[in-house]
Write a protein that binds this ligand. Structure first.
Ligand SMILES: [Zn+2]
Length: 148
């Protein structure tokens, strides 16, 4: 199979979108980044738990930190979109919260903010967008919420 290479001689991208590996969410996360956030080109690393992977890092040499530093330093990405989601297995899933989806959301918001603080300490000029993906309409839909 041969496909056209859209980025011949281009080495920069707008953003890095770090999301969880979970198969149930990543395709829609791509769609969200492109359609809702209007980001046309971005690095798209995925790690279990997204923010969790960053928060668990003890050094800049760990893979999760490299998922930010390579896009930032090599591809000159100006934006980081960090996406956590409901019922994330890396955190033990929704069952940890005994079905309290509000408590679960609050927990993930704190995780996202913690990761933001950590990344900003290293890259103060990086624009960071925090996103929580929740199950909506009795699990029929998934909803992307920007966290401030
Ligand atoms: Zn997950």
């Amino acid at each position: 199979m041969k496909l056209p290479f859209k980025f011949k001689n281009i080495h920069h991208c707008e953003a890095v979108v770090l999301t969880c590996i979970d198969f149930r969410f990543w395709r829609e996360t791509l769609e969200y980044a492109e359609k809702e956030l209007g980001i046309k080109n971005f690095d798209f690393p995925s790690l279990p738990g997204a923010a969790k992977a960053l928060n668990d890092c003890k050094s800049d040499q760990e893979i999760a930190m490299k998922c930010i530093s390579v896009p930032r330093d090599l591809h000159q990405a100006k934006k980081l979109v960090l996406v956590n989601h409901q019922d994330c297995g890396a955190y033990g899933g929704s069952q940890v919260f005994n079905g309290d989806s509000e408590a679960e959301q609050k927990f993930h918001e704190e995780e996202l903010k913690k990761a933001k603080t950590k990344i900003l300490a290293k890259y103060p000029d990086l624009q960071i967008i925090l996103v929580y993906v929740k199950l909506a309409d009795n699990g029929e839909n998934i909803e992307f919420l920007e966290i401030n």
